[in-house]
Write a protein that binds this ligand. Structure first.
Ligand code: NAI
Ligand code: MG
Length: 489
């Protein structure tokens, strides 16, 4: 794997500073941190390390833009037009953005091109079209009054995102916030700040006014924590680990911020013997190994009905033997490195734990190469519900396969987790499919498919997988306040 990310293939890194009120500025402290290519472990760039003071400046700019700028007051249709323009500029740079994403995150370029960037563009366009469709109700109340509700922007929103889908998470956060007329202080993940910074410039180039979008790169407890505590920020939208969400919830209490959380999962992917077997194996493989297993909704507990279990293990093994792991910039590559050393170590620790606790490691289980954070696609068979690899979010290319024999049993076991983000069912029996869809305690249930995302389809978690829903028409709700107006007639 000597040719990883050859210099000739590298995109330009145009922005590395904080983006405040439409200007690129150093962090107040002058500090920077490195962002690293996880395939080579080489530094890509030094990025401004924002902290409390930078967040305060960004929040002041966002507050000023919200209270006195044109954004929240302009015709909603014009806001939509600027958002369409922003999406068009992203599309013009699709290849560059995809390369930047793959360089910073390590994900295969073919995935960035086919999924991350197009889905991000699609999300901005979806919400551009919704900007002028945010409306209230007329309310029939007792007496001689005219009562109606208005949906108004919630104000300045703080948005904190992870590194697994940096551009797409930026779009999920900015789309509804911009459509609603909010202004933004964004804290991208410290591992992957580059595409978010580029998007901020494209938004400015599209004509989105200064101060509407501000981006402060930096670390969680410092820059992220400052967003949570800043009194000029009205709401926090967070995606990441549930433990971080618990810290955010505590720290947000002081200012009673509105909170939406999209957190992790241990999603059951349930394969019945009466399923289209080949489709189910492919779906299970994609549902876990896509994006190096770094998906909040990864189908990481694969429940396979007894009678097709052995066949399943064989077929998954064959697929993993052929899987191309390596240089993210090689268009044949299917799996890149994990995002950083911390994630790599965490995953290798789970693999050790799985072996220790008696599961059978039937494929993979090792590091690939000695440079970059590559891990073999790994499958554990004979996993039992009590094992760590069946309970905890691994967030890597490690599949746990569990056997089952009946519907009620698999519903109970599938739900036996504090998470509730996603689930999937593979069966040709329509009645069984809908029964399972109703019984599984998860925000999304896929039937005979996996990881089907669309900007129009709500996404979020039951239980400790989150609070609120993103995407779809109602995705706007978390970015608006409802105001009731009553007029005596
Ligand atoms: P994390 O939740 O710590 O980080 C996500 C974002 O939150 C980053 O921007 C980070 O800087 C920020 N953050 C961290 N601590 C903060 C704090 N005290 N206040 C405000 N913001 C804070 O997740 P991390 O450490 O990157 O990954 C740990 C585990 O979390 C992963 O192994 C995985 O299991 C899970 N995870 C889940 C994701 C999802 O999509 N649901 C995404 C990333 C990680
Ligand atoms: Mg963390």
């Amino acid at each position: 794997m000597a040719t990883i990310v050859e210099p000739g293939k590298r995109p330009d890194v145009k922005h590395t500073k904080c983006f405040i009120n439409g200007e690129w500025v150093d962090a107040a402290s002058g500090k920077t941190f490195e962002t690293v290519c996880p395939a080579t472990e080489n530094t890509i760039a030094e990025v401004a390390e924002g902290d409390k003071e930078d967040v305060a400046r960004a929040a002041t700019a966002a507050r000023e833009a919200f209270e006195n700028g044109p954004w929240s007051r302009m015709d909603a249709r014009d806001r939509g037009r600027l958002m369409y323009k922003f999406a068009d500029l992203m599309e013009q740079e699709l290849d560059q953005l995809a390369m930047l994403e793959s360089w910073d995150n390590g994900k295969p370029l073919r995935d960035s091109r086919a999924a991350d960037v197009p889905l991000a563009i699609d999300c901005i366009r979806y919400y551009a079209g919704l900007a002028d469709k945010i409306q209230g109700d007329t309310v029939p109340i007792r007496g001689n009054y005219f009562c109606y509700t208005r949906r108004e922007p919630v104000g300045v929103v703080g948005q904190i995102i992870p590194w697994n889908f940096p551009m797409l998470m930026t779009a999920w956060k900015w789309g509804p916030a911009l459509a609603a007329g909010c202004t933004i202080v964004m804290k991208p993940a410290e591992q992957t700040p580059l595409t978010c910074l580029r998007m901020a410039q494209l938004a400015k180039d599209a004509g989105i006014p200064d101060g509407v979008i501000n981006v402060i790169p930096g670390f969680g407890p410092t820059a992220g924590g400052a967003c949570v505590e800043n009194p000029d920020i009205d709401k926090i939208a967070f995606t990441g680990e549930h433990i971080t969400a618990q810290i955010i919830m505590k720290n947000a209490a002081q200012t009673l911020k509105r909170l939406t959380f999209e957190l992790g999962g241990k999603s059951p992917n349930i394969i019945f013997a009466d399923a289209d077997f080949e489709a189910a194996v492919k779906g299970a493989h994609f549902g876990l190994f896509f994006n190096q297993g770094q998906c909040c909704c990864a189908g990481s507990r694969v429940f396979v009905e007894d009678s097709v279990h052995d066949q399943f293990i064989n077929r998954i093994g064959e697929m993993n033997e052929k899987r191309k792991v390596g240089d993210p910039f090689d268009m044949a590559t299917e799996q890149g490195p994990q995002v950083d050393k911390a994630q790599f170590d965490k995953i290798m620790g789970f693999i050790e734990k799985g072996k220790e606790q008696g599961a059978d490691c039937v494929t993979g289980g090792n590091r690939v190469g000695d440079k970059g954070f590559f891990i073999e696609p790994t499958v554990f068979d004979n996993v039992t519900d009590d094992m760590d690899i069946a309970q905890k979010e691994i967030f890597g290319p490690v599949m746990s396969v569990l056997k089952f024999s009946d519907v009620d049993e698999v519903i109970e076991r599938g739900n036996n987790t504090f998470y509730g983000l996603a689930a999937a069912v593979w069966t040709k029996d329509v009645k069984k499919a809908h029964h399972m869809a109703a019984k599984l305690r998860a925000g999304t249930v896929w039937v005979n498919c996996y990881d089907v995302f669309d900007a129009a389809a709500p996404f979020g978690g039951f239980k400790m997988s989150g609070i609120g829903r993103e995407l779809g028409i109602r995705g706007i709700d978390a970015y608006t306040e409802s105001k009731t107006v009553t007029v005596a007639l």
